[in-house]
Structures are given as C-alpha cells and as structure tokens.
Ligand binder design. Structure first.
Ligand code: ZN
Ligand code: ZN
Length: 520
C-alpha cells in the first residue's frame, strides 16, 4: 500500500449527486439499472477498502478509522485476502459490458486494484522481509498535525490508537522471517525517527487538551511510555537481527526478474512490458546526450569564448552544466524565489490557454513543517485528499537554515535559476498540484482514490516538456540544457530500477550511470 500512500499527498458529494441523477432518469433501461447497482456497489467496495487500509483512508481525508491501529497478525492477513477475493467475485458478477463508459473505467480500475492487492498479499509478501513496513510514526504525526478536527478530538484518536501499539510491534517481530539487510537498516533508522513524535510537543498538546479528564491524561502519559518502549524494543530486536545477517546469509534486496515483471504490470499498468520500457529508456538516454551535445556546442563560445573545446562531448556537456549552475538565488531567498515564480507560470498558462486553473484552489507556498522534514525532498506538494478537497494545497519548501555554506551552495547549484523553474513546473503548475486539483474534482471517487502512480508522475514529467515546447522561457538554451539534465534523471531512474532488480547492477555501476551518464 506504500505506493498509494506516496500519492496521497493525493467525492462523496459528487458520487451522491451522480447517483441521484441516475435515480431520476429513465429507470426502464437495463443498462441504467446496471449502472445504478454499480454506483451502490462502489460505495460498498470503497468502505471495504478503508476498513482494510485505515492508514490510507486517513491520508485521503477519511478519518472514520483514525482511532484504530490495525495489528497485521495472521487473522488480519487471512481476512485481507478473503476480502479481496470476495470483492473480486462480486466484480465478476457485474455485467461489465452494460455499464456506461465512466463506470466501465471504474470497473477495470477496481478489478486491477484488487488483483494487485492480492498479488502483494499472497506473492510479494513484504510483511515478511521488509521490517520498514512496520512503523506507527507517520499516522500518529498525520493525526497530530492534521487540521480536519479540533486538537481535543485528534488527541482522543491518538489516545485510543496508542492502545494497540505494543501488540502491533509484537506481531511485527513474529511476522519477519527473512529480512533483507538494507530494509532492516532502513527500519532501524525510520523507527528511531518515529520516536520524536512522542516527545515533548505531544506532552505540550496533552497539557492544553480540555476534553480529557486528569485520570485520562495520566493514562495517556502511560500509553506514551508504552508506545516509545515498544518502538525501542522493536529497534533493539532489529539491531540484534542486523548484526546476525550479511549479504550472503540473508535475502537479497533485489526482487528478481519474475517479481519485477509482475510488479511492473500491477504498478505501472502500461501497454509496455518492463524490458520494452527499459529499452526505450536506453534509446532516450542516447537521444538526450545528442541534444545536450548540440546545445553545449552552441553555448560553448558564450561561456568559454575561444578556449579549446574538449573532444569528449560528455565532458563538454559537464563543463557547460557546471558553469550555468552558478546562476542561482541567494540561500535566504529560496522560498521567495519559488513564490515569485508561481504567478508567472499561471500567467503563461492562462495567456496560452493551455488548461483551466481553478482560482478558488490556490497553492500555498510554505516552509516544510518540521514533522515532514527528513523525507529527503527539498520541495514537495502536500495536497488534500478527495474527502477534504476544500483544504489548502501546500508547496513545502525546506529552508536552508541548517546548511553549511558549502552544502547550501551545492543545493542552490542543483536548484539553479533554470532548474528551479523546471521544479516549479513539475511540482506545482501545471504539474502535481494542478493534476491533484483535477483529480479531486473527478466525478468518481474510484478515479480519485485509485489514481495510478505512473500517470500522476507522468503528468508532471509531461508538463515540463510541454511548457518548454509551448515557448515557456523563450527557448532559452540554458533552460533547455538544464531541462535535459533534469529529464535524464527520470530516464536513468527507469534504467537504474530495471538494472538493480533484474540485472544485478552494482552500486558502483549505478553511481557511474548517475554521475557520468546523467550528470548528477
Ligand atoms: Zn554559487
Ligand atoms: Zn513528481
């Protein structure tokens, strides 16, 4: 479910309107009644999904199950598979051919989702080998920092939710049978991070809480202690485990060709097979190197006047990139620079009439909240789910406060004046932010919640090139050069993923690809 959770920072009302319209339209038509039944079935389907995946529900703004921490014991695993199998059987009974076009698409999305979930539960089984799937931190942070309810209400959910934490980690220990070393180390790191959520700021919140009695507050504190003790116990368990395993006596982090091809089918939902896409990426890399070579030739005299050009095209590209990267903003004005660019991107799109931007859903640029720091991303979009689509969309920008001069310089060179524009196109307009506003307006809850990750990412990637081809930046060669460098990362990620999991690519080979072929 991790994939969906990543996209979270991804309508009941609209579904209701839609079904009412159907009720009042002609009822004698057979396909109309099939569609009506299907509309009702979708609600049942979604409710089953939320019951099985309360964390995911929380991230899309459905808070009915916030107070419940599901314990992934054998009962849960059995009931999970049973539920998905019964959903699949229900779907098979529906006369898919009689559904209207909109519902047909929903039907196939639901079917694919169920098949994918069954594959993850029965075949992929990351609950056995990936200790990092066990971490209570994220959801507690989500509840504590959410704006969907009053602090008092949220604190009550936290209070109830903490009850199952000890059992949760006991089950985690017994579920892990053959962990990979890499995921064990990741789990140690991330669970240590989770401990900070149960620190002083939680006690501060507890002290200002009005609807908990003194007795409950005491109980609350003892549950905090039990929670942190359970996390620490799990970390110790993992540390012992980690010292007993090495690369040769533990499961490989590489999932292997067979699982990779199946995972690709379920996750990417593409007409391409995994190896066909890999071959396309190799071709694309060559094309990009040619285009970048031409641009480097063109830009050489501007930056190096009559200095001798290197004969190796990649060396010349590298020199040009290194030179134009020095055009960047000051470390204190990073967020300001992003804020300034958003209206410019909006203006360009409106003038060119490229797509409709809903002015009632503004994008709020803000400093990344502390609890979200450490995810590694300097900038990210945090958008409301389909259940609370009235809420703000945030563009989180990490300040460079804690950076040394050297680190800040490196960061600013990476997000130089050109790349920063590509980043804003990708993350904000017309990239992720715009797409997620549209997604929340989809007249079908199924389409909003089962959005495909590669479509979501693909839209933002498409948006970058579309904007430049439409003339954003007036065909500035430096902007195109930095776009190509940025785009090479996407292309090389495809290559890297495939090679690491199916072709035993080594760390050195991976680094060589990123540094020498993708100019990272
Ligand atoms: Zn500089
Ligand atoms: Zn993206």
């Amino acid at each position: 479910m991790k994939r969906k959770e990543i996209c979270k920072q991804l309508c009941v009302g609209l579904v209701l309107i839609l079904s009412l319209t159907l009720v009042f339209s002609c009822q004698t038509n057979k396909s109309d009644s099939v569609d009506q039944d299907f509309e009702r079935y979708k609600d049942t389907f979604i409710e089953s999904i939320w019951k099985l995946n309360p964390s995911w529900a929380m991230y899309v703004g459905y808070h009915k199950y916030d107070s419940v921490l599901l314990v992934p014991d054998s009962n849960y695993l059995v009931s999970q598979v049973a539920t998905y199998e019964s959903l699949l059987n229900e779907l098979k009974k529906i006369d898919e051919g009689s559904l209207n076009q909109n519902n047909k698409v929903d039907y196939w999305m639901m079917r694919d989702f169920v098949l994918s979930s069954l594959w993850y539960a029965k075949e992929f089984k990351s609950h056995e080998w990936n200790p990092a799937v066990y971490n209570v931190g994220g959801e507690f942070a989500e509840i504590l920092n959410g704006r969907f309810a009053t602090l008092d209400e949220r604190m009550r959910s936290v209070f109830l939710r903490m009850q199952n934490v000890p059992h949760y980690y006991q089950v985690a220990e017994s579920n892990i049978s053959n962990p990979t070393k890499e995921h064990t180390e990741l789990a140690i790191l991330q669970n240590k991070g989770a401990l900070s959520i149960f620190g002083t700021s939680l006690i501060d919140s507890l002290n200002v809480c009005k609807n908990l009695s003194d007795r409950e507050k005491e109980e609350f504190k003892s549950r905090i202690n039990l929670t942190t003790a359970s996390i620490e116990k799990y970390i110790h368990f993992l540390e012992r485990l980690n010292s007993s395993i090495n690369e040769t006596n533990s499961k490989s982090f590489r999932i292997g060709k067979e699982a990779y091809f199946k995972k690709f089918e379920h996750d990417i939902q593409s007409a391409y097979t995994a190896d066909a896409l890999y071959k396309k990426a190799i071709e694309r890399k060559k094309e990009l190197h040619t285009k970048m070579g031409e641009l480097a030739e063109q830009l050489w005299p501007k930056y190096f006047s009559d200095t001798q050009k290197p004969s190796d095209s990649k060396k010349m590209i590298r020199l040009i990139i290194d030179t134009i990267a020095s055009s960047h903003c000051h470390r204190d004005s990073f967020q300001l620079e992003i804020e300034k660019q958003i209206p410019e991107l909006e203006k360009f799109i409106n003038e060119k009439n490229l797509l409709y931007l809903d002015p009632s859903k503004p994008l709020v640029v803000r400093k990344t909240p502390e609890y979200m720091e450490g995810s590694g991303a300097g900038a990210s979009i945090n958008s409301p789910g389909p259940y609370d689509k009235g809420a703000n969309t945030y563009y989180n920008v990490s300040p460079l406060d804690g950076y040394t001069n050297k680190a800040a310089e490196s960061y600013l060179r990476e997000y130089n004046n050109y790349t920063l524009q590509i980043l804003n196109i990708h993350e904000a307009i017309p990239g992720h932010y715009t797409q997620l506003v549209y997604s929340n307006n989809a007249p079908s809850m199924i389409k909003s919640i089962l959005g495909n990750g590669s479509m979501i990412e693909g839209w933002a990637v498409y948006g970058e090139r579309m904007m430049l081809e439409e003339g954003y930046g007036n065909n500035n060669p430096e902007l195109w050069m930095m776009y190509y460098k940025w785009h090479l990362r996407t292309v090389c990620n495809t290559i890297l993923d495939f090679c690491v999991h199916t072709l035993n690519m080594t760390k050195e080979e991976g680094l060589d690809l990123l540094v020498n072929e993708a100019f990272q």
